[in-house]
Design a binder for this molecule. Structure first.
Ligand code: NMX
Ligand code: MLT
Length: 437
């Protein structure tokens, strides 16, 4: 059985050749135009990044190396006794473009479990934080501190060759992904369950199985499976989303993977990005409190209008690229539909009903280009149903997941020798001059 590193070693030369050809034969080809609205509109719609792991179609949603979510669910290995995609399967696919065998994912699970313990100084650092410090701030700081042991940084200081960048980047990325569950679970325990012992990593479990166990949900197969699905589906969303893009930008300066991913986490912590999942729950609970048990279309509608008229966004709706309901939202809803306890849960029913009513309200409001639910519209509410009610923690789970995409593409950026990212900026005066020419 080939290891992850051996598999990657095999696929890199053909990709390097493909990039060389693109550069030499088509370097001057034009693929789009830049309008002033792109420059002042957050670069929306600009085709300006290289990212192989996944592509987001505005109507169809995400495909990971060409595979849709239902296709991934069919072919990617799950945990023994489980049905959902495990993080190791998604990691393997994102990194190599290949579907791993169950044996390969098992080997990878073992490697991650063996590398999963935190260094004592990071444990001490996390334990020193006030419990009132937002869990995402704690996660970002913990990840940055792990760079103390960066293989990339140590080798760079010794003068490694450019051709060796990717192997050290890979070593750091695997170490970081392996340690994320222990780091994230330690934060959870410190903030919400102080004094309760953190279980040791079980060498026979997959990454998310261990994460669930360390969070205290290991005995609940249903929530563990939900976490597996959640973490696999949030793994990558092409390159331009704020967290993946941040990792790419920071990594392009040859900052090591820990620093690059720490920066990405602080982008994820914004309410227009990953933090939306905590905001959705807060908003749905406030709606529930206001409308009570009468979950009628009329009541939901008037609550939506109240939010919009107060100048706030409806969290969990809209998207920078998508123009249809997010297939990740649909996959999570389907998970609920197969389980009666979730299907009948008041909060899930409210989420469902809201997703039926909100698009027409948002269309009538007339601002958002996409009136449909994104993944955050439901992800946290399922956790809430299971009694995992600490919603300020929800984005941390997203942060454990997004490492799969952002870090694997950091390995590729170094394997392909991608340069420092440095776009050109213009002042408003300069833009005015340009358009008048
Ligand atoms: N509710 C109210 N107004 C909205 C919404 C919404 N859900 N979505 C967009 N708009 C407004 C937006 O604020 C903008 O207004 P203005 O012209 O006054 O600045 C206008 O509609 C046009 O925005 P779009 O071009 O449709 O959206 P954009 O690409 O700029 O932003 C989001 C995308 C995701 C930031 C935006 O839809 C939003 O704020 N959604 C709510 C927060 C959310 O769910 N974020 C999670 C995204 C997924 N993730 O996990 O990262
Ligand atoms: C994501 O998963 O990163 C979000 O849907 C935001 C995006 O794609 O821009």
């Amino acid at each position: 059985t080939k290891s992850l590193k051996e598999t990657l070693q095999e696929v890199i030369p053909a990709k390097q050749e493909q990039l060389k050809k693109l550069k030499t034969e088509h370097g001057q080809a034009v693929v789009g135009e830049v309008k002033v609205e792109n420059i002042i509109g957050g670069m929306r719609g600009l085709k300006a990044m290289l990212w192989d792991a996944s592509v987001l179609d505005p109507n169809e949603g995400i495909r990971f190396h060409g595979l849709s979510i239902p296709e991934c669910q069919k072919v990617l290995p799950s945990a023994p006794g489980g049905k959902e995609i495990i993080a190791e399967s998604m990691l393997w696919l994102l990194l190599t473009g290949q579907v791993p065998t169950p044996e390969q994912t098992k080997q990878l699970s073992k490697e991650l479990a063996e590398k999963g313990d935190l260094p004592a100084y990071v444990e001490k650092l996390i334990d020193s934080f006030p419990t009132t410090l937002h869990p995402m701030t704690q996660l970002g700081m913990g990840v940055a501190a792990l760079n103390h042991d960066s293989s990339f940084q140590a080798a760079y200081e010794k003068g490694m060759k450019k051709s060796e960048y990717w192997t050290h980047t890979l070593d750091d990325c695997i170490d970081l992904i392996a340690r994320l569950p222990a780091l994230a679970a330690r934060i959870y325990r410190n903030v919400y369950k102080p004094g309760t012992p953190l279980p040791a990593i079980n060498k026979d479990l997959d990454l998310v199985g261990n994460y669930s166990n360390m969070l205290g949900y290991g005995d609940n197969q249903s929530i563990t499976e939900y976490l597996r699905l959640y973490i696999a589906l949030h793994g990558d969303h092409e390159g331009g989303n704020a967290s993946a893009h941040t990792a790419h930008l920071v990594g392009s300066t040859l900052s090591d993977p820990y620093l690059s991913y720490s920066a990405a986490l602080f982008a994820l912590a914004g309410p227009l990005h990953g933090l939306a999942n905590q905001e959705v729950l807060r908003w749905q609970l406030a709606m529930q409190q206001e409308i009570g048990s009468d979950v009628s279309e009329e009541n939901i509608k008037s609550y939506l209008w109240k939010t919009l008229k107060s100048g706030q966004v409806v969290p969990g709706y809209g998207h920078g690229v998508l123009r249809n309901p997010d297939p990740r939202f649909i996959a999570l809803q389907e998970f609920c539909n197969t389980r009666p306890e979730l299907k009948n849960s008041p909060i899930i029913q409210l989420v469902n009903k809201t997703s039926e009513v909100a698009p027409d309200v948002l269309k009538e409001h007339g601002k958002t280009k996409n009136p449909y639910p994104n993944v955050d519209a439901t992800s946290g509410c399922v956790l809430y149903h299971y009694g995992f009610t600490e919603f300020k923690y929800y984005t941390v789970i997203f942060g454990v997941s997004r490492a799969l995409g952002a870090l694997t593409q950091l390995v590729w950026a170094r394997a392909l020798g991608l340069p420092l990212e440095r776009p050109k900026s213009y002042s408003m005066d300069a833009l005015e001059k340009l358009v008048k020419q």
